[in-house]
Ligand binder design. Structure first.
Ligand code: ADP
Ligand code: ZN
Length: 564
């Protein structure tokens, strides 16, 4: 039987831990016995046989004799010597060959096997179980999501198909059930109809099947991640309420951050007419100016709600400098964005981007660049069977010279998006050493590797797990919010009735909750008022679009709960 690393932790807990102490004491006793016999051997050999041996030889002789190996290279010739040898052999048989293995089996192996045999995974939940989140498919994304759910005390259950995986996850302290995700009887047993939400995170065909099966008897909302974005419609047809093309989103995130040019803004998301978009500072005439000098709001009506620079997001102040490497996060209407795009101009000598890895994320990044007319080179070990649109340089990106031969010297940006984080870290480090000023964006498959990628020299790291988990979490909480980075959301809420008639300054929203107002949405579907000045009066029926951390967001809803 294969013994996964996690199962060693079994020996460090509870009864097993106590037994481990007994074993250590026993081994200590055995060692002392060997040392004692070794000393006696040296002494007896000298007295009885007039042979003078070292203590080390004594240890060697004792171990060889106790284990009944008996090479016979050191032997006694006297009767007393023979008796001593017999005693040592006898002790060895009892203490080394019988008691030691017996102790190992009865204290460790037998209880461990017993525990494994006793393990019966749950395959149902109590009938009064309700409002839980059911998660199909455990990976880095759902793992990050579960961490969020646990911190909010939200009940959840992970559905495993394989009992061995269930055992492992349960050992890690997760709530797990085992069963077939497309078996109606099982789904009814885990109280699907009473669940708050379902997350389907398996393959597209399996997710489709789950949606259809659930819809045959319940209308619990389902959010599903889709691998191929053109299947979103299919999943919605099967009954999914939300089909999230995560890989496509990640690909365009990476691509938009790899170019320092591009005269069009990259729209991240929208609240009605209010768009949240990103645009590189470099393509605008505001490079080198402070936000106050640039007068972007006065000239275009747009609000600059964030600045990305070398992977750090800041909420800008009037004195913030618009450096050529920075990326602005903007809020405004489509017309306002267009008026900024009019100022922006394509730079001389277009960007040339290298994309390492042509999986779904790399392919989505390539499509993004293609749509914007930005030239790119794709490198992958193999052809992508699902993509007929892009030509790929075939080769291992880590091999010496392949990047040079493919033109890394001329590239302005690099997108590192293989499915292996170590490869991504290696490629980032190697490229950064080679090209200190190139813009490097990297994908991190595991949240734990974000730091290493920045340390290796990435300007920007997009973590699949945290983007995915945040999108899912927002769906679950029914929040209308847009994830900008870990710890910063843009979200929509109603105007608390207690604030009606006050000016923004009087409302004290920012000093009290830390959230800032990005825009006001008038009740008649007219254009949002972007970045309203402090003297703006808050009128009844207004929607508020705020920016803040999840804690500040929670503080806002707690403070105004009764007035929302
Ligand atoms: P996703 O669909 O999430 O982007 P995939 O696993 O489909 O993930 O894609 C990752 C791609 O990265 C694969 O096509 C794989 O061949 C490629 N890849 C992995 N390591 C290397 C490497 N050292 N050099 C070039 N391509 C690589
Ligand atoms: Zn492609």
């Amino acid at each position: 039987m294969k013994l996964p690393v996690s199962e060693f932790t079994y020996f460090l807990r509870g009864e097993a831990r106590k037994n481990l102490k007994i074993l250590i004491a026993y081994v200590l006793f055995l060692t002392l016995m060997i040392l004692f016999y070794a000393q006696l051997f040296v002494l007896l050999m000298a007295v009885l046989e007039d042979n003078h041996y070292s203590f080390a030889t004594g240890i060697y002789w004792t171990v060889v004799t106790m284990s009944t190996l008996g090479y016979g290279d050191y032997v006694f010739t006297t009767d007393f010597g023979h008796l001593f040898s017999a005693l040592v052999t006898f002790s060895g048989v009892i203490f080394m060959l019988i008691l030691l293995p017996f102790g190992m089996i009865s204290l460790f192996l037998a209880p461990w096997i017993e525990q494994r045999l006793r393990y019966r995974p749950h395959s149902m939940l109590a009938e009064d179980y309700r409002n839980h989140i059911i998660i199909f498919g455990y990976d880095t994304i759902t793992r990050a999501l579960i961490r969020k759910l646990v911190s909010h005390n939200t009940p959840y259950v992970v559905v495993c198909i394989d009992p061995n995986q269930a055992y492992k996850l349960e050992e890690e302290g997760l709530n797990v059930v085992v069963g077939s995700p497309t078996n109606v009887h099982f789904l009814k047993n885990i109280q699907v109809a009473q669940a708050r939400h379902i997350i389907a995170n398996l393959t597209d065909p399996l997710n489709t099947n789950i949606c259809l099966t659930v819809r045959s008897f319940s209308d619990t909302p389902i959010a599903t991640l889709v691998d191929e974005s053109d299947r979103s419609d299919l999943l919605r047809l099967a009954g999914a309420n939300r089909a999230i093309p995560l890989k496509r989103i990640l690909g365009s995130y990476l691509a938009s951050r790899a170019t320092t040019m591009g005269a069009t803004a990259h729209i991240l998301d929208a609240f009605g007419k209010l768009l949240i978009a990103e645009m590189p500072v470099k393509s605008t005439p505001f490079v080198g100016q402070t936000l106050a000098q640039a007068q972007i709001r006065q000239q275009t009506g747009l609000a600059v709600i964030g600045l990305w620079e070398r992977g750090t997001f800041t909420v800008p102040e009037a004195s913030s400098l618009l450096s050529p490497k920075a990326l602005m996060v903007l809020a405004g209407t489509r017309e306002q964005l267009q008026s900024l795009e009019m100022f922006a101009e394509e730079q001389e000598g277009a960007d040339r981007i290298m994309v390492l890895g042509h999986g779904r994320i790399g392919c989505s990044a390539a499509s993004y660049l293609e749509r914007r007319g930005i030239p790119f080179v794709l490198i992958d070990q193999k052809n992508n069977p699902d993509c007929m649109d892009h030509i790929t340089v075939i080769g291992d990106a880590t091999t010496h010279n392949l990047l040079q031969e493919s033109g890394i010297e001329e590239a302005k940006g690099l997108i590192v998006t293989t499915n292996d984080d170590s490869t991504n870290i290696f490629l980032t480090l190697a490229s950064r050493r080679h090209r200190p000023h190139m813009r490097i964006v990297a994908r991190s498959n595991n949240e734990e590797n974000v730091e290493q990628l920045y340390a290796a020299g990435a300007d920007f790291v997009v973590s699949n797990a945290s983007v995915g988990a945040n999108i899912l979490n927002n769906v679950l909480e029914g929040k209308e919010s847009i994830f900008l980075t870990e710890g910063i959301d843009v979200f929509r809420t109603q105007l608390p009735t207690t604030l009606v008639g006050m000016t923004i300054a009087e409302s004290q929203i920012r000093p009290k909750t830390g959230c800032s107002i990005v825009a006001l949405e008038p009740p008649d579907s007219s254009d949002p008022i972007v970045s309203p000045p402090p003297e703006t009066v808050l009128k009844e029926g207004y929607g508020l679009i705020l920016i803040g951390s999840p804690d500040e967001e929670e503080d806002f809803s707690r403070r105004f709960r009764s007035a929302l």
